[in-house]
Design a protein around this ligand. Structure first.
Ligand SMILES: *[C@@H]1O[C@H](CO)[C@@H](O)[C@H](O)[C@H]1NC(C)=O
Ligand SMILES: *[C@@H]1O[C@H](CO)[C@@H](O)[C@H](O)[C@H]1NC(C)=O
Ligand SMILES: *[C@@H]1O[C@H](CO)[C@@H](O)[C@H](O)[C@H]1NC(C)=O
Length: 234
């Protein structure tokens, strides 16, 4: 929210304007929707969250098609005008670890990345670094992940497909929306802004085929019976 506050002095015929930015810390709502970041930039990174799947899993359309990318929007290097990518992650529960949802995998990865080349942050510095970062994920975080995002102290959470949509597609959830976690965790010292349903027209197909044999596969994948496979693997 941005308020332009102008005080005009009749005597001096001059106007003094101060632009007050109501930071979310000053208000109850942690859901300030930042307008300074364009849809184009949001879409760029949501697409990258989808793409994390093809980098990190054997198929571009795995069953657990949850991908995440963590971005520093304070940094806009010339070769990356949309912000600097810090790390990616993808759901990896197939490894036998049920907590490895895409967001948790990415937080684990960023923690390691920030403490190694080229960042070389100390453990304490790595913990503090999350406050500058934005987490993009192609589906709304579950309550476990939303809570981890709050403990990490991310500046922003941006997601594609919402949890209600996931439920309507047949996905199980624990029934606590990320928004509720953010709302109820407002006593934590950090604040996390949340922006949902960003580019969900492109994230929905990743979650639409698993429980509906009639649904088309995501782009680049073909159906064989009940499963969508990457086109190149036939
Ligand atoms: C994010 O970018 C800012 C500005 O370049 C920099 O000061 C900060 O260290 C960066 N944080 C991380 C975790 O890369
Ligand atoms: C961590 O993120 C980097 C990209 O930032 C990626 O190259 C690497 O494969 C990721 N590792 C894991 C385990 O996800
Ligand atoms: C999805 O919608 C956005 C606008 O919200 C549009 O820019 C984008 O091209 C659409 N994607 C596809 C594949 O149609």
């Amino acid at each position: 929210m941005h308020f332009q506050h102008c005080i005009t002095s009749a005597i001096l015929l001059a106007a003094s304007c101060s632009s007050l930015t109501f930071a979310e810390e000053n208000h109850q709502s942690p859901f300030i929707e930042p307008s300074e970041i364009s849809f184009e930039t949001r879409a760029f990174w949501i697409r990258h969250a989808n793409d994390a799947l093809r980098y990190l899993t054997p198929s571009p359309c795995p069953f657990e098609a949850f991908g995440t990318v963590i971005v520093n929007h304070s940094s806009t290097p010339p070769d990356s005008p949309h912000g600097a990518m810090v790390c990616i992650g993808a759901n990896a529960i197939v490894t036998g670890n049920p907590t490895l949802h895409g967001e948790i995998a990415a937080i684990n990865n960023c923690s390691a990345v920030l403490q190694s080349d080229p960042y070389h942050l100390s453990a304490q510095e790595a913990l503090a670094a999350f406050a500058d970062l934005s987490l993009y994920t192609n589906a709304e975080p579950c309550a476990m992940c939303a809570t981890a995002i709050r403990w990490a102290g991310f500046k922003e959470l941006i997601y594609g497909t919402g949890e209600e949509r996931l439920e309507s597609l047949g996905w199980q959830t624990v029934g606590i929306r990320s928004r509720e976690v953010l709302e109820r965790s407002r006593d934590l010292s950090s604040r996390t802004r949340s922006v949902g349903s960003v580019l969900s027209n492109e994230t929905d197909p990743y979650f639409a085929w698993q429980f509906n044999p009639m649904a088309p596969c995501p782009q680049g994948c073909l159906r064989e019976g009940h499963v969508c496979f990457g086109q190149e693997t036939g």
